[in-house]
Design a protein around this ligand. Structure first.
Ligand SMILES: NC(=O)C1=CN([C@@H]2O[C@H](COP(=O)(O)OP(=O)(O)OC[C@H]3O[C@@H](n4cnc5c(N)ncnc54)[C@H](OP(=O)(O)O)[C@@H]3O)[C@@H](O)[C@H]2O)[C@@H](O)CC1
Ligand SMILES: [K+]
Length: 568
């Protein structure tokens, strides 16, 4: 169910499919090439180079050609026009399609060139060329290496293509004239590549990008690190990536996600049971994964006889005089996440101005300084309040104050409720070594990349280099549920499970969006979800709210955090 694999895990699965089950590798390659050809045909029908042989399938300029998320539904809420308006940010949407792309193909003599590497990725491209010809496309091959250097199944495909008379040329360097071509298939490098593309491969990738033609990548864009999402220079900038068998980690992590364009995940005949048996622990956060793997009810059904006590009571310790809004956003979001009651504890000096800011909230004076800041002594009051609440969320807008780390340690060790730690509380955590802090109840940390860098003692660029890998390691080493925020948020559990979310919208990059997420996680914990369930579901819903908020505004750049709460 939508595992996300490393190249090594994919190789092991390929090996098991061929050696243990006896599925011939050439069959997998055949399925892969056919799937690529089908996606090209579907792209051709949708975009149609201005043509629309079937009437109704072509998409007018400005509309998304197909960029869909799970099972055909739009979870991205973003049109090509949006992306163009925002400087061409690419969506990286996923089209999960495991059956043949539907409908007849009448492409006339649309001409595509397949760029062929020397490994099995090239073999996939050779099969695709054959199926494209069958579908009526005009196709030629451009080998990046002497065809004689191909081996195994790829060599078999080379010979079939030659026997069929598919026109072929060998790239000799010095650029290439793609005039008259409607699109390119990138079958240069797949999961067997290592390091930056070399020599003529690099030249061809650069030429393909410079052509401005739509590129359909086989499995991964050539030049992408399949595990981390780093892009080498050069890296294919694909319109569509036809990901074979299982999602590769690099396709869901930026900048790789941007280079991949829309990702179409296609089955190639490796049985799902085999993937299950491998015990893969990283998954794409699709609705089916939420429901069946995480045991969350996406419909959020409520008991007919439920009452406010049924859905839990959140305690939010957040906000200070200059940043009271952070606390308000967090507390309101907890309510919107469906918990029964929320108590917002804040410095007494700020409390009068919070009265009636949200009539549904209960307010509690947590003490604090004359200046409306938090003080270490407020831990006693918070612990007293937490004794009759179900969850404690700390951090948004609390600022820095003397004894802050010790204050946090007391909450960490003594509050006998699940704890969500965000924002300034994460910075307090980063200043100490908390490995020895005792904790029996779940704790969820929600850093953005900058906070994650401080927690892990590394640079932000290093955090972004391999977000999935880092999140998994950190969560396991520290016994926490980690929500590493940013485009395609990663949620990692202490037991090694991790989920990558793809709902959301670039318009969500706005102050307070994180405070809203913290409140939502707390609100779901209060309703009895465990740490990873609450964190993953909240991230998913938060992204959906962002998509809805973007849809409601004339310009998605004008989304503010309150819009996310209203869109829940
Ligand atoms: N059963 C299966 O396995 C299935 C696999 N499938 C497909 O196979 C793909 C994996 O195939 P793969 O393992 O053959 O590797 P692949 O990426 O095609 O090329 C490696 C070749 O490139 C070269 N090379 C490496 N790095 C380089 C660089 N930086 N710059 C330049 N050259 C470089 C290297 O040659 P070398 O330079 O080492 O001589 C090597 O020969 C996978 O993504 C999927 O598409 C599907 O068909 C389903 C069944
Ligand atoms: K490729």
């Amino acid at each position: 169910m939508y595992p996300i694999v490393t190249a090594a895990e994919m190789r092991e699965l390929d090996r098991a499919a061929t050696e243990e089950l006896g599925i011939p590798a050439i069959v997998l390659m055949e399925n892969a090439g056919r799937a690529i050809a089908e996606e090209i045909a579907a792209l051709s029908r949708r975009c149609g180079q201005g043509r629309n042989p079937e009437g109704g399938l072509a998409v007018s300029p400005g509309e998304r050609p197909s960029g869909c998320f799970a099972e055909g539904s739009d979870a991205q809420g973003r049109t090509d026009a949006d992306r163009a308006a925002k400087g061409g940010a690419r969506s990286g949407g996923l089209t999960i399609r495991t059956e043949a792309a539907p409908g007849p193909v009448q492409p006339g003599a649309e001409y595509w060139i397949v760029l062929v590497g020397k490994g099995n990725n090239g073999g996939d491209g050779l099969v695709a060329a054959r199926h494209l010809r069958e579908a009526g496309f005009s196709v030629s091959l451009l080998y990046a290496a002497p065809p004689e250097s191909l081996t195994g199944e790829a060599a078999v495909q080379r010979d079939i293509a030659a026997a069929l008379g598919v026109p072929a040329a060998v790239y000799r360097g010095g650029g290439y004239d793609f005039t008259g071509c409607a699109g390119l298939v990138d079958a240069l490098l797949g999961t067997g590549s290592s390091g930056a593309p070399r020599g003529l491969f690099a030249e061809l990738i650069a030429a393909a990008n410079a052509s401005g033609l739509p590129i359909v990548a086989a499995d991964i864009p050539s030049g992408l690190n399949a595990d981390t999402g780093e892009t080498h220079d050069p890296c294919i900038q694909a319109e569509v990536t036809v990901c074979l068998a299982l999602l590769k980690r690099g396709l869901l992590q930026y900048p790789g996600s941007g280079a991949a364009g829309r990702v179409a995940l296609r089955s190639i005949g490796i049985p799902a049971d085999l993937a299950l048996k491998q015990g893969l622990s990283v998954h794409w956060l699709a609705p089916a994964v939420l429901e069946r793997r995480l045991g969350v009810d996406p419909g959020r059904r409520r008991a007919a006889d439920g009452h406010k006590g049924t859905y839990g009571h959140v305690l939010v310790a957040a906000g200070s005089l200059p940043m009271s809004g952070a606390g308000l956003l967090c507390a309101r979001a907890a309510l919107r996440a469906g918990c029964g009651l929320v108590t917002w504890a804040l410095p007494g000096r700020v409390l009068p101005s919070a009265v009636l800011a949200a009539p549904e909230l209960m307010l509690a004076d947590a003490g604090g300084s004359e200046a409306g800041e938090w003080t270490a002594e407020s831990a006693d009051r918070l612990l007293e309040l937490a004794g009759t609440r179900d969850v404690l969320a700390v951090g948004p807008g609390i600022g820095r104050f003397p004894g802050g780390a010790q204050w946090l340690r007391r909450l960490w060790e003594e509050a006998d409720v699940p704890l969500v730690v965000d924002a300034d509380a994460l910075n307090l955590l980063a200043e100490v070594s908390y490995a020895g802090w005792r904790r029996t109840r779940p704790v969820v940390l929600t850093p953005h990349p900058g906070e994650m860098a401080r927690l892990a003692g590394i640079h932000t660029a290093e955090v972004q280099r391999d977000r999935i890998g880092l999140a998994i390691r950190y969560a396991a080493e520290h016994g926490v549920t980690l929500v590493l925020k940013g485009a395609h948020t990663v949620i990692a559990a202490p037991d090694g499970r991790a989920f990558v979310n793809t709902t959301g919208h670039p318009g969500m990059a706005t102050g307070g969006a994180g405070d809203v997420l913290t409140g939502m996680i707390a609100g779901l914990l209060a309703q009895g979800l465990d740490g990873i369930q609450a964190a993953a579901f909240a991230v998913y819903l938060h992204g959906q709210a962002g998509e809805r908020a973007a849809g409601r505004r004339h310009d998605p750049s004008s989304i503010v955090a309150s819009d996310l709460i209203e869109a829940l």
